[in-house]
Design a protein around this ligand. Sequence first.
Ligand code: ARG
Ligand code: ASP
Length: 720
Amino acid sequence: MKRFSLLIVALFLSFCFSFALEGMWLPILLEQLNEPEMKSMGMRISAEDIYSINKSSLKDAILLFGRGCTAEIISDEGLILTNHHCGYGQIQRHSSLENDYLTNGFWAMDRSQELPNPGLSVTLLIRMEDVTKRVLQGVESGMTEQQREQKIKANIAVLEKEATSGNKYGARVRPFYYGNEYYLFVTQTFNDVRLVGAPPSNIGKFGGDTDNWMWPRHTGDFSLFRIYVNKDNEPAEYSADNVPYKPKHHLPVSLKGAEKGDFTFVFGYPGTTQEYLPSFAVEMITAHENPPAIRLRGKRLSIFDSYMQQSDLVRIQYSAKHAGVANFWKKMIGENRGIKRLDAVEKKQALEAEFIKWAAADPERNKLYGRLIPEFEKLYGEFTALNVDETYLIEAGLSIEVMRFAYSFGQLAALSQKKDASPEELEKLLARQQSAMEGHFKNYHKPLDQKVFAEMMSDWFGHGDAVNIPAGLQTALAKYDGNYEAWAEDVFKKSIFADEARLTLFLNKYKKSGYKTILKDPAFILASAIYSHYFDKIQKDIEKLTVRRDSLQRVYMTGLMAFQPDRRFYPDANSTLRVSYGQVDDYFPRDAVHYRHYTTLEGIMEKEDPDIYDYVVEPRLKELYQAKDYGRYAAADGTMRIAFIASNHTTGGNSGSPVLNADGHLIGVNFDRNWEGTMSDLMYDPDQCRNISLDIRYCLFVIDKMAGAGHLVKEMTIIE
Ligand code: ARG
Ligand code: ASP
């Protein structure tokens, strides 16, 4: 009876309440801003259990992984978990034709087999602190932006120095709410991080770019690493004598799963969101920047595809490049659709109209905020033209690989012309260029790049009435009578930067007079025209406008807060540690279509296609499926759950973040969002936005049953 009535109450609550699921919250403010709501949604732990500086808390298990992902500690021996796509670079670097870990997976069967990764680091947050008052000390309202900037910079330097003196920590002060608040982050960075395990690509990347950004999803997107430290449990450079790290906290792993309505939260490092932009900015991004970028990337991808289909070598050479180009391409398509479907621009316009009225109703407010919206309008008028120029320059001009590569030899040419350049200096630079050259040509296919050149130039010039094309390119094209193919052919025939053998010879016998060859190379000449156009005609103006925009946005932010006193504001993501919370939830993407909140192994078998690279099913996985041999990792209904969705507000950088349940136990690993929800970086829609997580039970099943690496599961704290 009691259980029944509780259920009724819970159902009633979930119908009546629409929880404010939007937001990426600062861990130190949870107690003040979010704890009551989190508890009403079912959370059984406290804000202090999530973030504390007095006792060990969940934050002691959360890591910034490499440059842009999140990872979490899952054993008391420093074992860490992140996405396959986050560890991809490391897995690839350890792979060779004989030991193809990318294709076949990698599992260290004991500690001695764990593989070091020079250059990879992970960072823990020790503590954070509101330092707004001290950062803004001496900042006065009459100051110019430049004076303000200088004062703030000086104050920050003092704070950062203070926070790191007498200890081995790092410290950074970051602005929040567009410079209305500042927080200090004290961190500890570990540099000996070893690869422990990765599933084969047909699990870790199952569905590939085809399924990317989409639900329903069946990707086993995880990999395992371990932190090593010196004998005092302190960070140290790699050494064979280092030992596994003993963390203050590691996440217990729950086998209880996630069902619809369950409370969940994501703890990690979201990169960038822009939720408080004016309508003009959203219009600029979605109507003017995204469309040419989408079109140009689409053209590039179809060139990649056609060459990758013809050759296995080219497929391997361009797989990471393809994934990178495709990821943002697909994201922008989803973002534009979502913004349109939400009427986001119109909604922002309506808000701005109200804001103007509100400001006008009071002389004091009018003085502060009255001119903001018209100022924004004027600013974005100028900004849009520049940003469109920049978009073409980057997405067309600099997407031609030989352009960026040729330009990188400018330094060598400059040094060679310097009379007092020492032979050692020249020697050093030459060696660097030689090794860069090897890296470049390892993954380079000249005919493909030549085709990209012709197509990109043709598209860029085809829009010459709307964008400014670098003068040097216009003169160059004149010689070919508008024939882009002929132009491309000539450049790629003549340039030493498109020809590995010729360039190798040139560098091997390099003499100072070689600068003449560089300066008259046709690819170098074109690249210089593109870059100098960028530096002279775009970059400086963008910088100026950015300063103006930031100062307007800073005032707008305080204006919005005063205008909507009941709204709970969260700061835009800025690669600092945040908590997002929500519920496991299904959604309706279009009329009549319902997406359930989880996927199963059945779905992998449904997608199986031995002829399509993205849908080949790992044979061992198939055996286990046929035998229904899931052990303790099966869900209560006997299925093997692969992934689930929830309404946690996440963005790029949240990949690899732990998804935790009401008890703070690990139930999943975040790795993506649904396509219908990718506009959440500009405007969140609780109806359509879902984060996609790997079900931790599938992860353990793959480690234990499929790979036979059960010793790793034994290290973890498992809650059955
Ligand atoms: N869309 C995800 C994110 O933005 C995953 C990207 C990696 N996966 C891929 N198939 N490219 O990072
Ligand atoms: N896939 C993204 C990442 O790598 C996560 C997202 O954008 O939702 O961080």
